[in-house]
Design a protein around this ligand. Structure first.
Ligand code: IPE
Ligand code: IPE
Ligand code: MG
Length: 235
């Protein structure tokens, strides 16, 4: 079992966020969806700072799902352009903030230059330790489990496979399971986020669109989390 957050005044160790509602945020303003995604990137920066201030040790951000390829070509292209721009421009500031950046998901489907910048960002920030920021890109929880099974097949693992074996084959085995999973924009689902790791996560949903999410909203989510009792099946 992952370390308990109880000892830390109920600040969750790992918070995961399904950053949803960029499109609706833009639509409400009669703007193209890509402008919503741009505003979403700004919100992401703010929230990384806030998470660090609040003492969150791991922040995972669901930026692109394995299902998001189903969107229009122009939206996918727009998102790629933003990833490229954001990554290039923000590595330094992430580094200065003491953030250790990593990417989980099938980055191989992304253009070469984006993969290279992502690699650079991970390399540049690998010794930082204030906060780990995990970008989930082309991530799917089902794919992650399928990948783990395929690794077992390649290793020709015989004998019983335990939960620990499986956990060790997930994309970020050193990252504790998410204590708190937040989803913005009113949808009450996780859309394939942290399927294995989120088995005992606490959920928090808000109607706020992602571009409007801020420190106060994050504090509200943590307050809700702090008031809960996690039982893990005990009486
Ligand atoms: C989340 O916002 C960003 C991504 C999935 C990349 P959406 O684009 O899903 O926004 P809505 O749900 O259409 O409002
Ligand atoms: C989930 O949001 C994926 C990300 C935020 C990256 P979606 O907007 O794609 O999810 P659905 O389609 O509403 O389930
Ligand atoms: Mg959405």
């Amino acid at each position: 079992m992952v370390e308990s957050s109880d000892k830390r005044g109920n600040i969750p160790i790992h918070v995961g966020i399904v950053m949803d509602g960029n499109g609706r945020w833009a639509k409400r303003r009669f703007l193209p969806r890509v402008i919503g995604h741009q505003a979403g990137m700004k919100a992401m920066e703010r929230v990384i700072d806030s998470a660090k201030d609040l003492g969150i040790r791991y922040l995972s951000l669901y930026a692109f799902s394995t299902e998001n390829w189903k969107r229009s070509h122009s939206e996918v292209q727009g998102l790629m352009g933003l990833f490229r721009y954001y990554l290039k421009g923000k590595i330094d500031s992430m580094h200065r903030r003491g953030a250790k950046v990593r990417f989980v998901g099938h980055l191989d489907a992304f253009p070469d230059d984006i993969r290279e910048i992502a690699q650079m960002a991970m390399e540049r920030t690998k010794d930082n330790g204030d906060i780990d920021v995990i970008f989930c890109v082309n991530y799917g929880g089902r794919q992650e489990i399928v990948d783990a099974v395929n690794q077992l097949l390649v290793q020709k693992q015989v004998g019983p496979v335990t939960e620990e074996t499986m956990r060790g084959l997930m994309y970020a085995p050193d990252v504790p399971d998410p204590d708190l999973l937040i989803r913005t924009a009113g949808e009450l689902r996780m859309s394939n986020f942290w399927l294995w790791e989120g088995a005992y996560s606490e959920y928090y949903f808000t109607d706020v669109y992602w571009p409007d999410f801020n420190k106060a909203e994050l504090e509200r989510a943590i307050e809700s989390y702090a008031g809960r009792e996690r039982r893990y099946g005990t009486a």
